[in-house]
Each structure stands twice: as C-alpha cells, then as structure tokens.
Ligand binder design. Structure first.
Ligand code: PEP
Length: 256
C-alpha cells in the first residue's frame, strides 16, 4: 500500500509572518503520524519562515510551487532547484494548470523542470489534467497521456521513484465542483496503465497519484476510500487550518 500524501498548495497567499502563524495553528490541530506524508507549498517568499516555524526534522515537509530548470544565471524573477534545496524544500510542484494556462508553460519546459528537480534531489509533483471542453469532447485520457508523455519521456525507473503525479481536472480547481471519486479513479487507473506500459509494473504500482480540485473535509473520505487515490493536492481548503487538519486526519486514519 502506498502511503497517503496530502499537499497544501498555498498559491499566492500568505506573507512570511502569516505563514508562520498558519503553521503554528495547523500544528496545534494535527498530531504527528507515520501513516501519511504531509507537505506544505507556501510562496517562495514564505519558505524560510515556514521552515523556521516547522523546526528541524519536522514530520511536515516543504514544497515550492515552481522552479526554473537552469542552476543559476540571467533569469530575472526565477528560482533554481539548488536555491529551494537550500531552504530545505523536499518537493516541488511542476506544471500546475495555473502555470500552464496563465503563464504559458508547455510540456517541453515542464520536462526540463522535472529533470532539474530530480538532479538536485527534489521530488517533483507533476500536475496533469484536462479542461472542461476536453472532457466533454471525450479527450480526457488522451490529454492526460500527452501531458505525461511530454513531461516524463526518457526518465528512468530510478528517476520515477521520487516522482508524484497529481491529477487535477482544470474544471475542478477552485470551482467547488470536485470530480466524483469514480471520475478520478478512472483517470488514475489510466495514468497507472500509462506508467506500466511506458516503464514497468513495479514503477506503476509504486508511484503515488494524487487527486486535486476542490478537495474539502466533506469529500476527502470518499476520495480516499478508493485505493487508486493516494492522497490529495489541496488549494483553497489548505488555507483554513481546521479544514486542512480534517483532510490530513482523513489520510492519517485511512484504512489500509
Ligand atoms: C490546486 O490549486 O491545486 C487546487 C486543487 O485548488 P483547489 O483545491 O482550491 O481546487
């Protein structure tokens, strides 16, 4: 059984001092547990204060929301993998649909980001997902497969050991309209099949596939009831410590 993983994507929310307060609040509500991995992804500017608020060897890990593929140089406004490692990030979100749609990210560059993360010991959380029009045209599987292909082609099974995939249908993000467990499971199964065909069954059965898109305390139990769903990438609900604590609690107490 893969260990559940819950990631809170803060997006462009919380100053450095607000981040520290939110983490203190969250930690008061959530007990440490070896049953689930928990990751917070504050904005770049709050990573240092988040690290300090978490303290050394915290059971909660840090992620960045993006990175640049080069190690250093004339890339104004960008942040490299080694800069993130220096702030004790263990994970990095790559290819979030907001980056794809609002900032023009393409699979070609997403692949470079995945490789840069892996090269510097960061675990990439690769986001994939279809738009509503693509779903309605019956293209969900082909869109998701093309994104996976474009972002992961050429990686070794060893590389994939630290990669996580987040299936995030665009129509479900921030809309309050989550995919049903059945809809998510169908896509998760096709992702696992893609991994098995492209690599091998061991890689396919080891990789964690998260669901993201309007996850709440109300729907997390139903999503986690399927063993095809290994956790959640949570946006809006992770900014409310009570809601996020409930979501984490559901993962910690999930029946094996
Ligand atoms: C996200 O931004 O990755 C996300 C899933 O957002 P929300 O939970 O708010 O839909």
């Amino acid at each position: 059984m893969r260990r559940p993983l819950i990631i809170g994507n803060w997006k462009m929310n919380k100053t450095a001092s607000e981040a520290a307060a939110l983490i203190r609040d969250l930690r008061e509500r959530v007990p440490a547990s070896p049953n689930a991995d928990v990751v917070l992804a504050p904005p770049f500017t709050a990573l240092e204060s988040a690290r300090n608020a978490l303290g050394p060897s915290s059971w909660i890990s840090l992620a960045a929301q993006n990175l640049h593929w080069e190690t250093h140089g004339a890339f104004t406004g960008e942040v490299s993998a080694s800069m993130l490692r220096d702030l004790d990030c263990r994970y990095v979100i790559v290819g979030h649909s907001e980056r794809r749609t609002l900032f023009g990210e393409r699979d070609e560059n997403i692949q470079k980001k995945v490789r840069a993360a892996l090269m510097h010991g960061l675990s990439p959380i690769l986001c994939v997902g279809e738009s509503l029009a693509e779903r309605e045209a019956g293209r969900t599987e082909s869109v998701v497969t093309a994104q996976l292909n474009g972002s992961l082609a050429g990686l070794t099974t060893q590389d994939l050991a630290t990669v996580t995939i987040a299936y995030e249908p665009i129509w479900a993000i921030g809309t309050g309209r989550a995919a049903t467990t059945e809809q998510a499971v169908t896509v998760h199964r096709s992702i696992r099949l893609f991994m098995e065909t492209g690599w091998d069954s061991q890689t396919a059965s080891a990789i964690r596939i998260l669901y993201g898109g309007s996850v709440t305390p109300q729907n997390i139990e139903s999503l986690l009831a399927s063993d095809a769903i290994d956790g959640a990438l949570v946006g809006g609900a992770c900014l409310d410590p009570d809601s996020f604590a409930t979501i984490i609690g559901a993962a910690q107490t999930r029946r094996a």
